[in-house]
Design a protein around this ligand. Sequence first.
Ligand SMILES: Nc1ncnc2c1ncn2[C@@H]1O[C@H](COP(=O)(O)OP(=O)(O)O)[C@@H](O)[C@H]1O
Ligand SMILES: [Mg+2]
Length: 224
Amino acid sequence: MLSIRELDCEVAGRALFDSLELELASGTSLAITGPSGSGKSTLLSCVMGLVRPAGGTVHVAGTDITRLRGAALARHRSARIGMVFQFGELLPELSPLDNVALAALLAGTDRHTAYARARELLSELGVPTAASSEDLSGGERQRTAVARALVNAPALLLADEPTGALDAATREKVSDILFAMPARYRCGLLVVTHDPAVAERADRVLALADGVLVPAGRDAAAGR
Ligand SMILES: Nc1ncnc2c1ncn2[C@@H]1O[C@H](COP(=O)(O)OP(=O)(O)O)[C@@H](O)[C@H]1O
Ligand SMILES: [Mg+2]
C-alpha cells in the first residue's frame, strides 16, 4: 500500500533522511515515533507529495508519487490518501457534516453520495449533529477529522500526532477508532505519535533516528 525506497530529503539545507526505507501493507498499522525535529511530519509530507524528496521513490497504492505533478498528483492524493492532523484542522464555521462531505465533493463525488457517505461515517464514529464544528468537543472534532480522512475510501490513512491535543480518556477513544480502521476498511494506517500508549497499539513501531527508521517499542525489545 505504501512503499518507500532510498528516500533522501533536504529541508532548509539539512539532510533529513538517509536512504530511508518503509513498507506498509494494506490492513495493517504502523506507528512512527522520534524526537521533535527528527523529520516525522516531513516524512508524511513526502508521502502526500507536498514535499518533493531529493531522491528515492514513494509508491502509494502502486503509483510512484514522486513522478506525479500538479493536477495528477492532487487527484492521486485526494483519491488514495486520508490525513488526520493534530488539531483536526476542520473549517470551524462549517458543520461536521459539511466538513466531511466537502472532502468528497472536492474529490469529484456527486452531492447526494458525498452527503450520504459523510452522514454514515459520522454516525459510525459517534459524532453528534452540530450546526458548527466549533460546538464540538476536542474528541468529537478529532473523530470528525477521521471521518473526513476516510470519506474517499483511501488506500492509506495518515495521522500526525492525532491525539496530541486530547485528554487521556478522549485519547483512548480516538485511538480505538483509528486503529480499528485498517481491519474495517483494509487501508494501511501510518500514525506519527509521541505517545507510547498510542504507538503500542500499532502492528509495528518504528523510530525515526538519524534519518532512518529503526525498530522501537516492543519491536526493539523483541529484536525485530
Ligand atoms: N518548511 C520548513 N522550512 C524550514 N525548515 C523546516 C520546514 N519544515 C520542517 N523544517 C525543519 O525540518 C526538521 C524536521 O521537521 P519536522 O518534520 O516537522 O519534524 P518532527 O515532525 O519530527 O518534529 C526540523 O528541524 C524543522 O525545523
Ligand atoms: Mg511533527
